[in-house]
Ligand binder design. Structure first.
Ligand code: ATP
Ligand code: MG
Length: 398
């Protein structure tokens, strides 16, 4: 009797000192949550590895090769996991090891028909097993060669390595799917992501989540200047980010009246910065209410007028909360690469306008001074804008 199990490898977590245990517990709990729809699971750890298997041997999702691969993919989406492999676990002697190895390689070659060379690496953890590691390798290698004419052995640069481990049970596996590394979400507090419908902010959220941060998000919506579709797009992006960061609340702020007021009562060339300052103050209030300890934006230095050092300094003034800008030193192409890798890009480039493009100034000030902002806000009731924004918020559970 053999079963599919998943072997996941931990990364940075293993470098932790005294509080390593705390990180490991969080990681296992995140895996459990991510895999909650796949039945009752046993998730256990040995050294820097985590093993995942169904508690019930008859669990159909683990039995089928197809859905086991789906679970494998889900495991690699969890921060803290460096890579994962689908393994076969079984009991018995060398005969069983050979049968299972051949069976495993057959499935493996279906996925990797171009692989022509291999080697076997054996590990005998159970010293009472009658064959030593090199003998196990020799037996398994010979059986694989006999069963698959197209394969030959290459010990230096094989296309794949077939690992055989003999411990409490026997395990065979080959190949690995790379994970997203990072630290388990939930080990670095919670942050409020300013999430627009663009390319940058979902990536910014992903990056902070990769450092263990849990997220809530806020979106400033200016209906009907920004359409219902633009909001749906942000909800979709929030879902994509939450695939990595876990459960989140999306706060949708009704920003229309605030923007109209600004448009009417403050100078055009300072509009973006004035608006950004109000956004941050509303975001800060929502963050305080929901236990978030920082704000996160998708800004990158020099990308647009509102992202110069002077503009950033002036927007920072309105809040005492740390504002994290993980993309600050990335160029657009690097951000787009990450966006593609996390599956957000196609959604981000859908052509629905965001609020900044509707109320955008033709010649924004790129190097604003303090007097400029005083002038710009002189005829605005900022305090009321902020409290109205907070009061009119809609909360969507993602
Ligand atoms: P993005 O691709 O994330 O939209 P961007 O390059 O278009 O960013 P800006 O429009 O200047 O840059 O916005 C900078 C940051 O401000 C965004 O990354 C986001 O964090 C925040 N932001 C902008 N507009 C909104 C909005 N309508 N709702 C929430 N946050 C926003
Ligand atoms: Mg934008």
């Amino acid at each position: 009797m053999s079963k599919n199990v998943i072997l996941a490898r931990m990364g940075e977590v293993t470098l932790k000192g005294l509080n390593r245990g705390k990180f490991e517990i969080q990681l296992k709990s995140n895996l459990k949550y991510r895999l909650r729809s796949y039945g009752k699971l046993a998730i256990y750890q040995s050294q820097s590895r985590i093993w995942i298997e169904a508690k019930d041997d008859e669990n159909p999702v683990f039995k089928s090769e197809e859905s086991a691969k789906e679970i494998l993919h889900a495991v690699t989406q969890v921060f803290g996991i460096v890579s994962a492999s689908l393994a076969r676990k079984f009991e018995g002697g060398i005969e069983d090891i050979i049968t299972n190895s051949v069976e495993y390689v057959r499935n493996y070659l279906n996925e990797h028909p171009d692989h022509k060379t291999f080697k076997v690496e054996g590990k005998r953890g159970d010293k009472s097993f009658p064959l030593k590691s090199p003998e196990i390798c020799a037996e398994v290698g010979a059986a694989v060669l006999e069963n698959f004419e197209q394969l030959s052995v290459n010990v230096n640069e094989p296309d794949f390595i077939l690992y055989v481990e003999v411990r409490d049970y026997n395990y065979v596996y080959a190949g690995k799917v790379m994970g997203h590394r990072g630290l388990p979400v939930g080990t670095a507090g919670k942050g409020m992501l300013l999430l627009s419908g663009g390319i940058d902010s979902p990536v910014a959220g992903y990056m902070m989540a990769s450092r263990g941060m849990q997220l809530d998000a806020v979106y400033f919506h200016s209906f009907p200047y920004t359409s219902e579709q633009a909001k749906e797009k942000v909800v979709d992006l929030a879902r994509i980010v939450s695939g990595f960061s876990g459960k989140m609340n999306l706060y949708v702020v009704n920003f229309t009246q605030i923007q109209l007021d600004m448009y009417k009562n403050s100078p055009q060339d300072m509009l973006t910065i004035t608006m950004r300052r109000v956004m941050l103050q509303i975001a800060e209030k929502l963050a305080e209410k929901s236990g978030c300890k920082c704000l996160i934006t998708g800004e990158s230095l020099g990308q647009v007028a509102s992202q110069t050092l002077e503009a950033i300094a002036i927007t920072n003034e309105v809040t005492d909360m740390p504002i994290l800008r993980p993309l600050i030193g990335l160029d657009k192409e690097a951000t787009c690469d990450i966006s593609r890798r996390i599956g957000a890009f196609e959604t981000s480039i859908l052509p629905y306008e965001d609020c900044c493009t509707v109320f955008v100034a033709k010649h924004p000030k790129t190097h604003p001074k303090h007097v400029d902002i005083e002038e710009a806000e002189k005829n605005l009731d900022i305090e009321k804008m902020v409290s109205d924004g907070v009061a009119g918020v809609e909360i969507i559970e993602i």
